[in-house]
Design a protein around this ligand. Structure first.
Ligand SMILES: Cc1cc2nc3c(=O)[nH]c(=O)nc-3n(C[C@H](O)[C@H](O)[C@H](O)COP(=O)(O)O)c2cc1C
Length: 321
């Protein structure tokens, strides 16, 4: 699909995930074949007092391109200033969050709450559009709840106000992350707008990606399905480009990729923060291993990278026997 000057192949993109899709994980996902990645949301108001956390959220490494930074906020002027600041970090696109249901975001009128206020949503998109020449995209849900699904209305507003694409997470705000995914509303958005539509929700394998592409969407986006499983992008890339199904990765490769991701995280964030955050990633990577419960318990106590290497060595030893 076309996104400004970018041409993205119809494979799969990595979804923004606060606390998960950091620079290290995004780089690994790109290396594994994600065609595009979106960073963790950053507060447009918080960014105005730039600090080290802002830098960490907005930093776009060369190895993760093409990539977008994601901003949230409920004030058009603050959004315009935040877009100008974000641009200094040289992202390939700016994504506006209109889907987050978390109380600290939606409770303040941002994220998914903006879908209840179409006029303000339009003003925010227009302000972002006017502040940059980069592609501007908007990520929405299907609506607030089953009785209030207005994704089509918001997507049309996004288009009218200059958005270059819209991502639809096929769930309502009240559903949070629970099934089922509403493919019909994703399809309705695709029929209604002429900008590209990215379909998101429970895509984690070839079959679920095929199902999402049946909506007519231009690209699928994978969130939780990539946690501890970034090779999902290699599988989808191989399938959609060459029609070839790849075998699942061997345990040695899974462990090797995990070590690389956490080593990158240590490089970018320092060992103390990286190893605290590594615990959940490591637990995801161990999913499906024999004895996973015990490994996950040990992952929960990690504080040094050498401890992870030791644990990986033990597990690798079992599998190479
Ligand atoms: C831990 C976590 C953090 C998330 N953070 C963000 C975020 O910062 N911005 C956003 O637009 N969506 C965020 N999401 C939503 C995902 O981008 C995605 O829309 C959702 O998980 C559905 O896709 P999936 O079923 O493939 O996981 C987050 C989801 C999870 C699970």
């Amino acid at each position: 699909m076309r996104l400004g000057a970018l041409e993205l192949p119809k494979t799969a993109a990595l979804a923004p995930m606060a606390g998960v899709a950091d620079r290290a994980f995004r780089e690994i996902c790109r290396e594994m074949g994600a065609c595009y990645v979106v960073g963790e949301m950053a507060s447009s108001k918080g960014m105005l007092h730039q600090n080290s956390r802002t830098k960490e959220l907005l930093m776009a490494g060369e190895r993760e391109r093409p990539c977008a930074v994601q901003l949230f906020g409920d004030d058009p002027a603050a959004m315009a200033r935040a877009v100008a600041i974000a641009e200094e970090y040289l992202p390939d696109a700016i994504d506006i969050n209109m889907g987050c249901p978390a109380p600290k975001v939606a409770g303040g009128g941002s994220g998914c709450s903006l879908m209840k206020n179409p006029r303000l949503a339009g003003e925010i998109i227009r302000a972002a559009r006017a502040a940059t020449r980069l592609p501007v995209t908007v990520k929405i849900r299907t609506g607030q709840d089953a009785q209030n699904r207005n994704a089509v209305e918001i997507a049309l507003i996004a288009e009218e106000n200059g958005a270059d694409a819209v991502t639809v997470h096929g769930r309502t705000r009240s559903q949070m992350y629970a099934p089922p995914v509403d493919y019909e509303t994703v399809a309705a958005v695709k029929r209604a707008v002429s900008i590209p539509v990215i379909g998101n929700g429970d895509v984690a394998c070839i079959e679920s990606a095929e199902r999402m592409y049946e909506t007519g969407c231009d690209l699928v986006m994978v969130g939780r399905g990539a946690q501890g499983s970034p090779w999902v992008f290699r599988e989808l890339d191989s399938w959609f480009r060459r029609g070839k199904r790849l075998p699942p990765p061997e345990p040695e490769e899974r462990i090797g990729v995990m070590l690389r991701q956490i080593a990158l995280s240590v490089k970018y964030k320092g060992e103390y923060i990286a190893m605290k955050e590594a615990r959940k990633h490591v637990a995801w990577y161990f999913h499906g291993f024999a004895g996973a419960a015990e490994y996950r318990r040990r992952a929960g106590a990690l504080s040094r990278y050498v401890e992870l290497e030791r644990l990986a060595g033990e597990i690798g030893g079992i599998y190479s026997r």
